[in-house]
Design a protein around this ligand. Structure first.
Ligand SMILES: Cc1cc2nc3c(=O)[nH]c(=O)nc-3n(C[C@H](O)[C@H](O)[C@H](O)COP(=O)(O)OP(=O)(O)OC[C@H]3O[C@@H](n4cnc5c(N)ncnc54)[C@H](O)[C@@H]3O)c2cc1C
Length: 387
């Protein structure tokens, strides 16, 4: 039996978000040069906002003012021009670029306008926008932002309103909630990896993750609301069913919520946590909490994988295969498998590892293993929240 969702999703939504504040923060990757992941805590006291473990928090971010300035410069404008944003609100151009519009990822509407304004000098780009050049367009756009496209055609003359009219509304980002109200009443915790990379000679920053990490303090209003996690729910605490949580990187977030909840509700079934990151000494997110849970019986087992602590890369899927006999016996005793985190590489690799374990230790053919997994899915014993 599954725990019912009790989230209060009616009061707060995109149009009427809770204006929250990040009251506490902690760098989870202290001493690590390769990654930057933060733990944030929001105080919900008096807000009436409720959530269930497995939900995520939708956050409406702000753009980087430095990027807005670069765009204003590339447009040959001052930033003080008054424009009306997509919500019909009048404000200076610079503010609209920071608060209201997507100013990073170029879309077709923007590119078409660029081509229209640039004429013959944009004929290469015009060709890429033709329907049968989708792959070439994606290749061209990889790592390219709106500012790069503007700088490619420096002589174009833009009206402030004309520019704002072709930009999309700044959109929300989702973050799995990393706490349980049963353990932390009036709090909502997040685990956020900062997106940062270099492309085409510029340092890029993820809009929301870099805003939360670098441009907020405890006074910054953070508009947010609950996004209910469809089907990503714990079994009833009185249920004996075992659970396996597979959450490398920020995929750990909902499992921290699940484990807090299991401890607070004295859940009965066994629990096994898989966590992976790059280094054990600088990236073991919440490691001390898992130790406590192992001692008090909230967790029965923790398995970790550190990809860059040795010559060969070891990921969580390798650990699943390595501990395949036990994994199989947990599956055979009815375990629910939860997977959270990277959708592109981790989730398919873990999926393959689970198939391999079933085939090897269950003595099944490839087809039989696939049917076993399919049955798990139908029985809601294989639940994924990947992004
Ligand atoms: C249900 C759900 C739960 C989530 N939970 C979490 C969570 O708990 N913690 C967490 O940190 N995130 C989580 N995410 C992801 C989160 O919503 C954001 O997508 C993430 O923080 C990036 O947003 P951003 O605004 O910082 O970056 P954006 O401005 O959106 O930039 C990200 C984009 O940058 C581009 N990019 C990134 N790296 C490169 C590169 N090397 N080269 C070229 N382009 C690149 C890609 O196009 C990528 O889509 C979740 C997503 C979903 C859907």
């Amino acid at each position: 039996m599954s725990e019912e969702a009790t989230s209060n999703t009616i009061a707060f939504n995109r149009k009427n978000p809770l204006i929250a504040r990040l009251v506490r923060r902690r760098l989870l990757t202290e001493g690590c040069d390769e990654k930057e992941t933060w733990h944030f805590e929001i105080d919900l006291q008096g807000s009436g906002m409720e959530y269930t473990p497995g939900d995520s928090l939708a956050v409406l971010p702000k753009n980087d003012p430095a990027l807005a300035d670069d765009i204003v410069k590339a447009l040959h404008l001052t930033g003080d021009e008054i424009v009306t944003d997509a919500n019909g609100v009048a404000m200076p151009l610079r503010q609209a670029l920071v608060d209201s519009c997507v100013i990073t990822t170029p879309d077709k509407k923007f590119l078409n306008k660029l081509v229209e304004k640039a004429g013959e000098s944009a004929s290469d780009l015009a060709r890429l926008l033709e329907p049968d050049h989708k792959d070439a367009l994606n290749h061209f756009l990889w790592g390219r932002e709106i500012v790069d496209c503007l700088l490619q055609f420096p002589s174009l003359k833009w009206e402030a309103q004309e520019f704002v009219d072709i930009l999309k509304k700044l959109n929300i980002r989702l973050y799995s909630i990393a706490s349980s109200l049963a353990a932390k009443p009036n709090e909502c915790h997040l685990t956020v990896a900062v997106v940062q990379y270099e492309s085409h000679g510029r340092q890029r920053k993820g809009v929301c993750s870099s805003w939360l990490a670098h441009r907020t303090d405890e006074h910054t209003p953070v508009p947010c609301f609950i996004n209910p996690g469809k089907g990503f729910r714990l079994p009833d605490p009185s249920d004996d069913v075992p659970v396996i949580f597979i959450g490398p990187g920020t995929g750990i977030a909902p499992f921290r919520a699940f484990l807090q909840h299991r401890q607070a509700t004295q859940a009965r079934g066994k629990a096994w946590l898989f966590f992976g990151e790059i280094h054990a000494d600088t990236c073991y997110f919440y490691g001390e909490e898992w130790d406590t849970y192992l001692q008090d019986g909230t967790l029965d087992r923790v398995t970790t994988a550190w990809s860059r602590d040795q010559a060969e890369k070891i990921y969580i899927q390798h650990k699943i295969v390595e501990q395949g006999a036990d994994f199989w016996s947990w599956l055979e005793s009815g375990a629910i498998v939860y997977v959270c985190g990277d959708a592109e590489r981790m989730a398919p690799d873990v999926d393959k590892a689970i198939h391999d374990v079933i085939a090897t230790h269950g003595g099944k053919t490839t087809e039989e293993a696939a049917a076993y997994v399919e049955q798990m899915r139908k029985d809601k014993r294989y639940r994924r929240d990947v992004y």
